[in-house]
Write a protein that binds this ligand. Sequence first.
Ligand code: SF4
Length: 241
Amino acid sequence: MKPDSQSVAEVLSALTKEFPNPKTELIYDNPFELIIAVILSAQCTDARVNQTTPALFKKYPTPKALSEAKAAEVEKLIHACGFFRAKTKAIISTASDLHHKFGGKVPGTLEELVTLAGVGRKTASVVLNQAFDVPAIAVDTHVKRVSHRLGWAKHPHPDKIEFELKGLVPEHQWAAINGLLILHGRKTCKARTPLCDRCSLTEWCAFAKARGETAQRSRPKASSRKKNKGTVSARGAQPSR
Ligand code: SF4
């Protein structure tokens, strides 16, 4: 069942109390540094990216400089971020597009941002939110998982989830929802084992409700308890991966 606007507002209110400043933890001085940092953050922690980018931006402080970089040198600098060959290719391509197509400036619209090599809707949305204060929803693995469990989204594809969330959450909260769901996903609604017993969202959460209902349905009758000593199954409410 689609959640009502009241329950969505209550979830956002509970999360805002827990995380009053849900901004990205990536450190950057300008939109160019942000877009490169976001690309590097795929499958990598923000802390690791923050350790890596100072040397990268010292050596290549502009899109032009990075577009002219030798791949092998960039690979050495970003090696710790993982997938260093693919990420090197992506950030050099992005820098090249910024230099050649946009005069070295990061554009401020989704339509323009997604034309950059190496930039998809998720990266573009983060940049819009953080660098330009433009409302956007970036769907990463945490946003996807928590949205599914809350019952806010059904689609597996991030682009579709983005539109499901945009249909539920008021536009002025699009920027905040990213940070809130990411922080909640990291701290409590973990991928393998969600910590429902200490979560403030259980009363609005489809996953928690399904698990409770499953437990009720599976509870053996008094007469058959001795025969059935197995554990309660939460099938149908498995954590997303
Ligand atoms: S109740 Fe459990 S599944 Fe639902 S949001 Fe909280 S941790 Fe995630």
